[in-house]
Design a protein. Sequence first.
Lengths: 226, 351
Amino acid sequence: MKKLHMIILLLLGTIISFAVNPEDIYDLKAKIRDLEVTVSKNPKDATALYQLALSYEVLSENGDEKYLENTRINFQNYLKLDPYNSVARVKYGKSLVMSGQKNWFLPAKMWFIMSGTSEMTKAAEVDPENFNVRYIRGSTCFELTEYSFCIQTAITDFEYILYNKELFRPYFDSETINELNYKLGYCYIFTKNYEKAFLYLDDVINNHPYSIYYSPSIALRRKYTK
Amino acid sequence: MFKLKKFLLMLLLSELSGIAISFLIYLFSKTFDYFEINLTISLIFSNSIGLIYYLISSIFKYYIADKLQNTLIKFFLKFFVLFASLFLSFEIAYFIIRYFFKMAIFPDYFEIQNLLLVINIILFSVLIIFVIIYQKLRIEIEKKNRENENLRRLQTESKLVALQSKINPHFLFNTLNSIIELAYESPKKVETVVLNLSTIYRKILYLADKQFFSVSEEIELVKSYLEIEKIRMGIRLNYELNIDPQTLSIKIPPLIIEPIVENSVIHGIGPKPEGGKISVTIIKKENNVIISVTDTGVGIKENNLKQGYGTSSVKERLGILYKNKFSFEIKSRSIEGSGTDVTIIIPYKEA
């Protein structure tokens, strides 16, 4: 049994090392260096700032605080030049929330979470029918289940996407629908609305047995079925 | 309990702390955006902590702190008050933000609150343990102080009683008369008597500073006294000192043998026309020193065994110094008029 575990671990390690291609990161870092030069020469170059922020966002996905801070600052600078880019705003909000999750100083943590969610709300108010805005806000709030007010926002956004799935069809595949169903089920379990939760979970369980969300949905369903 | 000046000072400190927290948030975020949120969070935190600290510390100071003298306990108490304030202020800040401002910015998990609660419980337990230990020590020290005070009092009283008997005109006149007689009959002995008399006064006067005498010092005093009495009483008084040389350096409380010997002379041999003999024996047996004073005087009747001040003071002092590890016994011999035996057993104490 131990040998089997070791083999699985080795295989996983190999898959991960191939998935995160060091060459891609090297290219991205080179791109960032070029963009930094461009921005230093022309700080009002909105396109370069946006590209720089997006590049840092990719690097900050692993939670590196230095990249997270650069993402935040660059989005902030970009939004001063182009305040109506709702996707940039929601991503700025997300970076603030992520910084808050990393912060140890409680008042600062609160400020990051509050201002991050405010930025995301602003973006959703400006562009409520934008799939990216709704999806990013919903996913970010889903990560903040310890804050009760975030659960409701996640439910609102995910349900909005699901009700308008025909409208947003070009943006996502059936796996995204499974993801949203599973996450909605999870959120409703969190709010103790089991009837609605099971409705969403059953959709994954009954219609998509090959989905990666199938097993977690069954596990959740079993755990909370009386 | 609550002083306005202190309250205003605490309020001012809270506002200043609020500004400091706000500045710290700025250092973390590097932006003045959402400054109203920054300031609200800072002020709620600082005011909750400041006011709760003021409230708790005032109550503690009023009811407990002034009654405590121990610095360590006071130090722990301050720590406890600080952490208890932090815990309560987080709870209150959470309540205010959630129910009055309708901003659920605090996480719903209670890790911080739990951590503070655990710290509070630990500090409170340590504090209770310290208070219990402190109280026990205080009681113990007070008891020791009382005993020392008692011992000093008894020692002073013993010294006074011993001095009184020595400056009593009867003793002094008799001694002086004996000296006059000796000056004619045996001038060489005068020096010995005067030296013995000065030894007695010197020993008694300077014993106040000492808690213990060596056996040799006490015996010197007893011998000087008996020598003087022997000149006064002549052949009516004989004495014998059987001192184990090993015991000479042993420490004993001062004036425990002399008052007993004095009793034997005054109440035992004195009233008997033909006189008698006094024997003082000191031996070491296992871990004890056995002191016995016997005389062949008139003895004490059973109903008169109640001790005089000299002997009762000896017994009381031995009680304080050796607790229940000593024995003091006065026995009148079975044949009436054949003498008295006094035996003291105390633990061995080397110089």
